[in-house]
Design a protein around this ligand. Structure first.
Ligand code: CA
Length: 417
């Protein structure tokens, strides 16, 4: 696959995240336009509300772009997703016969503000990165018992909260919570002192599965509408005190950020890659018939208030032990129904090397090894005013399939009680 040329000139550069090969789906607003669905092409956004109204896009009998979210399109299913992508490429390709009708419907990205691209039905977060699980297990237990006994057999997850999933650019208020130092007699309540990120990918489920009915890994793959960058903000001091025996709760539920553009499974097709070799054979229901991970370069930058941004992590989605279709299959294996708009967090994506660690907890080894961020400053955990940005792109032959960025700035905790 090489760069597909568009008549939108900015979509033809080798370093745009949004060439014609990509066409990710978002929701935007401007000073004069109400929130609406849009498709990124170069440095422009195609107004899908206007395109449907003009008769350039017709996906179903009733309009699907009269609402400011992509859930209605998801529910139409994979065949309609293919029809939409083919039609968009036909309208935007170099030499398109309808260029004159489409051109007035393009809005410069610099005029747009991005909103949540979907209504998140439910949010489930997994713990499927082996390097991350090994690092954390080593810190909190021991190197010999780093991975729990189920880890190589089950993509472990927990049910999170959809209500606190926010779009990139939303400020994150430092959470208050109950913590207890190991040497303290009593717990205390107040702002988290160990605020962290988790670099993850989010998989968006586009179609439903039925109550009581498991799905295969192949079916799960076909149910996935697309992927976003996901930052699972975490309070490392609230987490260890509360999570026995039921797992993460207030240390996780205060905020999760996602990037504003949903990159479709179709756009990522050339970048499929195998999950790493199995250390223990998986049970048959989790076997992957073909590659279901993706080769996507990921990085994180930290910018202190008034300072410059420093790259603190560089890794790749292909480091995950379990793919999103395996996670979705496991999620439905008991008969739990999955619904359009379900969001699955991959789990923290760390690589084997120190500079590939996807959380500050790992980078600073539990706060014991503060790391430099330039300007004479160091960090163990996030400070108020810090801006954390996730970046992601799959790198093709002379083109990118970019995710854009997932940004959040930390604001001081609310004084309480
Ligand atoms: Ca997580």
């Amino acid at each position: 696959m090489t760069l597909m040329k568009s008549w939108v000139e900015s979509a033809n550069s080798a370093d745009t995240p949004f060439p014609l090969n990509n066409l990710p789906y978002g929701v935007f607003t401007t000073n004069s336009l109400e929130p609406r669905c849009g498709v990124a092409i170069g440095d422009m956004i195609l107004d899908m509300f206007a395109a449907e109204e003009a008769g350039l896009i017709e996906l179903a009998e009733d309009p699907v772009f009269d609402v400011p979210y992509w859930n209605d399109v998801m529910e139409l299913g994979p065949e309609a997703w293919d029809v939409l992508r083919a039609r968009l490429q036909e309208l935007l390709i170099e030499g398109a016969s309808e260029q004159a009708s489409v051109a007035p419907l393009l809005i410069p990205m610099t005029d747009a503000r991005m909103e949540m691209p979907l209504v998140v039905a439910e949010f489930t977060d997994f713990y499927a990165g082996k390097h991350h699980a090994t690092n954390v297990g080593t810190m909190f237990r021991s190197a010999e018992n780093a991975l729990p006994p189920n880890w190589l057999h089950i993509p472990i997850g927990y049910n999170g909260r959809a209500s606190s999933v926010v779009v990139s650019g939303t400020d994150i208020i430092r959470p208050n919570g109950q913590t207890k130092a190991p040497d303290a007699d009593m717990p205390s309540f107040g702002p988290s002192k160990r605020l962290d990120i988790e670099l993850e990918m989010g998989a968006i489920v586009g179609t439903a599965s039925e109550l009581g009915h498991p799905i295969t890994v192949t079916q799960a793959d076909e149910m996935i509408f697309g992927y976003v960058l996901l930052n699972d903000w975490s309070a490392r001091d609230i987490q260890p005190w509360e999570n026995q025996p039921l797992g993460p709760f207030q240390g996780k539920v205060f905020a999760t950020s996602i990037s504003p553009w949903i990159v479709t499974r179709a756009a990522l097709e050339p970048f499929r890659t195998l999950t790493p070799p199995r250390e223990k054979e998986l049970l048959p229901y989790l076997h992957e018939p073909n590659p279901m991970l993706y080769n996507i370069d990921l990085s994180v930058t930290l910018q202190p208030e008034g300072g410059t941004a420093t790259t603190i992590c560089e890794t790749n989605y292909n480091e995950m032990y379990y793919s999103a279709p395996q996670q979705l299959t496991h999620h439905a294996s008991s008969g739990c129904p999955m619904t359009p708009g379900d969001l699955l967090g991959s789990g923290t994506i760390s690589g084997p090397e120190k500079h590939q660690r996807g959380s500050l907890l790992e980078m600073s080894w539990g706060g014991k090894e503060p790391f430099e961020i330039g300007g004479g400053q160091t960090r163990s955990f996030i400070e108020d005013g810090d801006t954390l940005t996730l970046h992601g792109a799959a790198k093709g032959d002379g083109y990118l399939i970019g995710f854009g960025t997932c940004v959040g700035t930390i604001k001081p905790a609310v004084k309480f009680p």
